[in-house]
Design a protein around this ligand. Structure first.
Ligand code: GLU
Length: 444
């Protein structure tokens, strides 16, 4: 018998001051209780207890010298959570909010997400409290080199394969790959998200956002609806948001909002291709703020606010964790939103998910709906192993298939009394594959 209360008591006691990690575990445990009771082989082998304890956590000092010649000190981490079904795999986040709780929640989620893709990838995550905002390219390079000078000892193409996340894009991956190559002397698929000319995969940049829209299409199809003509609220304006918008407008939907940590814009006419180009330039090249969109296109800007109070059919939170609280979820429901799919990791709080369940909102958790990014990372790893590359069309087709397959798994495991609970479906399906591998591999 699985004792949920006792299990959570122990998790809380063992992980004080790690609220995000505990939140991620509680969500999974909520979905798995019944399944574990029905399948005592997992409880007997303490699979969930073992899964909640990372294989190891590495933490290290990153010292570097800024443009003024001052010494800077940051903290770097890699959480290697679980490698039952493949090498550790997950992004690196560079953001001042990074701490062990955040990286453990992200690494834990990654186990289930990577399992859902059907590819051979374990779960891991890493990063640093370094803030790339306002730093020169030279400073970012020096930081990345210092970070990799320590991290290289713990990673490798068959060991642990990091990628990007918030604050880590093509520029940072390039600098880190260069340093890995310099210190090890090896050109290997140790990082994903690489440039197209040196081992990167087609569609990797677009994959999380495109995959999110493919997943939403599957949800809508299941409900007898289509994306064309739907009004969408998007939060965030980084890589995931940009490519979700790109694919949504290509499919005939209307995207009304985008945001950054300062506020959001509301574009009554919908963001079109030209305006999206402006957002990409603004965020990827000029590293500016979203209020500049409002000034340029004469639309409303709401400082310090999130877009969840606007009328729409669909909400796609693509910024960061815990950006939708219960009152935001209630306001989404009041404003006609019928579907929420997460482009970010854990943007909905547990209380918000409660609201979606009560009000029967179709809700896809990030570990299912944003798995497209890591899925194409998995394809990048395969291409690196073969020293071959796939075309845009091949990767895009494979991505759409993987997202449809994840949807089917969530549906199969999450269907209860005619209603699909995508949270339960994703957790049960993601868990089972990893749990079976752990059972087969013995007590380690
Ligand atoms: N950071 C992304 C995620 O949250 C991608 C990870 C990867 O490609 O390894 O899934």
């Amino acid at each position: 018998m699985f004792d949920k209360k006792q299990f959570l008591k122990e998790i809380n006691a063992k992980n004080p001051h790690q609220p995000e990690f505990i939140q991620a575990v509680e969500e999974v445990v909520g979905s798995l209780s019944q399944f574990l009771n029905d399948n005592p082989k997992y409880t007997d082998a303490k699979i969930l207890e073992r899964m909640c304890e990372p294989d190891r956590v590495v933490s290290f000092r990153v010292s570097w010298v800024d443009d003024e010649g001052k010494v800077q000190v940051n903290r770097g981490y890699r959480v290697q959570f679980n490698n039952a079904i493949g090498p550790y795999k997950g992004g690196l986040r560079f953001h001042p909010s990074v701490n062990l709780s955040i990286l453990k929640f992200l690494g834990f989620e990654q186990i289930f997400k990577n399992s859902l893709t059907g590819l051979s990838m374990g779960g891991g995550k890493g990063g640093s409290d370094f803030d790339p905002h306002g730093k020169s390219d030279a400073e970012v390079m020096k930081f990345c080199q210092a970070f990799m000078s320590e991290l290289y000892k713990y990673i490798g193409a068959d060991v642990d394969v990091p990628a990007g996340d918030i604050g880590v894009g093509a520029r940072e991956i390039g600098f880190m790959f260069g340093q890995y190559k310099r210190v090890t002397g090896r050109f290997e698929g140790v990082l994903t998200g690489k440039g197209l000319g040196w081992g990167g995969s087609a569609i990797r940049t677009e994959a999380t956002g495109y995959g999110l829209i493919y997943f939403v299409e599957e949800m809508l199809k299941q409900a007898g609806e289509q994306l064309k003509g739907k009004e969408i609220l998007v939060s965030g304006s980084g890589n995931v948001a940009q490519h979700a918008i790109e694919k949504a407008i290509a499919k005939g939907a209307k995207v009304l909002t985008v945001s950054d940590s300062d506020g959001y814009i509301y574009d009554n006419e919908g963001i079109n291709e030209d305006k999206l180009k402006f957002i990409k330039e603004l965020k990827n090249v000029n590293r500016g703020r979203i209020h500049e969109y409002a000034e340029k296109f004469k639309v409303q800007y709401f400082e310090g606010k999130k877009p969840w109070g606007e009328k729409a059919d669909i909400a796609l939170p693509c910024a960061t964790e815990n950006e939708i609280f219960a009152e935001d979820a209630n306001s989404l429901v009041k404003n006609g939103v019928k579907l929420v799919a997460e482009g970010a990791n854990m943007p909905s709080t547990a209380e918000a998910i409660e609201v979606y369940r009560e009000k029967e909102i179709l809700f896809a958790p990030g570990k299912a709906s944003n798995a497209g990014g890591v899925a194409v990372s998995g394809l990048e790893m395969s291409q690196n192993s073969q020293r071959l590359s796939m075309s845009d069309d091949e990767v895009d087709k494979k991505l759409a298939e993987i997202m449809a397959d994840i949807h089917a798994k969530c549906y199969k495991h999450g269907l209860k009394n005619g209603v699909v609970d995508y949270v339960d479906g994703a957790n049960i399906a993601g868990f089972q594959k990893v749990a079976d591998a752990m059972l087969a591999q013995g007590v380690i």
